[in-house]
Design a protein around this ligand. Sequence first.
Ligand SMILES: NC(=O)C1=CN([C@@H]2O[C@H](COP(=O)(O)OP(=O)(O)OC[C@H]3O[C@@H](n4cnc5c(N)ncnc54)[C@H](OP(=O)(O)O)[C@@H]3O)[C@@H](O)[C@H]2O)C=CC1
Ligand SMILES: Nc1nc(O)c(N)c(N[C@@H]2O[C@H](COP(=O)(O)O)[C@@H](O)[C@H]2O)n1
Length: 227
Amino acid sequence: MRPYVYLMAAVTIDGRIASKSGYSRLSCPHDLKRLHALRAEVDAVIVGANTAIIDNPRLTVRYAAGRNPTRVLIDGALRAPTTLRIFDKTAPTIVYTTNLAPAEKINELRRLGIEVVVFPSHRVDPASVLSDLYNRGVRKVLIEGGGRTNWEFISKCLVDEVIVTVTPYVFGSGVSLVEGEGFKDIEEMPFNLKLLGVKLCECGKEVVVKYAVECKKVDTKYNRLEN
Ligand SMILES: NC(=O)C1=CN([C@@H]2O[C@H](COP(=O)(O)OP(=O)(O)OC[C@H]3O[C@@H](n4cnc5c(N)ncnc54)[C@H](OP(=O)(O)O)[C@@H]3O)[C@@H](O)[C@H]2O)C=CC1
Ligand SMILES: Nc1nc(O)c(N)c(N[C@@H]2O[C@H](COP(=O)(O)O)[C@@H](O)[C@H]2O)n1
């Protein structure tokens, strides 16, 4: 079993979530309120190593009412410095890493009270992350990027809902919403996207688009949700 999975991001009109320099602050204050309201609704928020290192995010609920979710970091080689905000005491944090992680860094994080799960391989398996979170009582998850992490989950049909805010900017290069090996055509996509809604942001400059991810083939082991 796995939790229900949301993926949320703000993109430029050319589909970038960050510029070539790593700049990513795209959302207006209204959109940030939506992000924080969703954080308050879920039990856990997932980010990848680059997002943790570049943004140094808090991943807490500040612009909406509600409790902080558990923060989840996927960091294969455990590159994230222990001084990052994601390791502070404001909310629990779980790190998923691999056998590439230095033992001393794992111990350092554990001494800080961080839960560290080490996969016995060179890769973190996203389906196993979700099933582990489910076993810890997590029923709703928000994936907050970046592009590579989004690919890891969506390419395996491990996302249920995508919420993208299109903002009035163009980067021309940088990080796309989804960054991976890619699909050669729409037939190769393992899912269909069903439009759930479109909303003009309160700021009048951004558009929020919501899609349901419908898997073409349901993997009974990993894609099964609790009913
Ligand atoms: N505008 C927006 O809404 C948002 C923008 N962003 C931006 O996105 C950018 C970062 O995106 P991106 O560079 O794609 O990086 P990610 O944040 O997705 O991090 C990718 C790294 O995480 C580790 N990782 C992810 N999945 C796995 C796995 N299954 N197994 C092992 N390691 C894994 C890898 O580290 P390693 O290579 O060490 O193995 C990988 O290189 C930042 O600039 C950030 O600001 C982020 C979120 C939202
Ligand atoms: N939805 C969304 N819109 C943007 O414009 C963003 N830059 C992000 N980024 C995500 O939010 C994290 C920062 O969180 P804190 O404010 O520090 O709590 C960042 O790391 C991305 O995951 N998202």
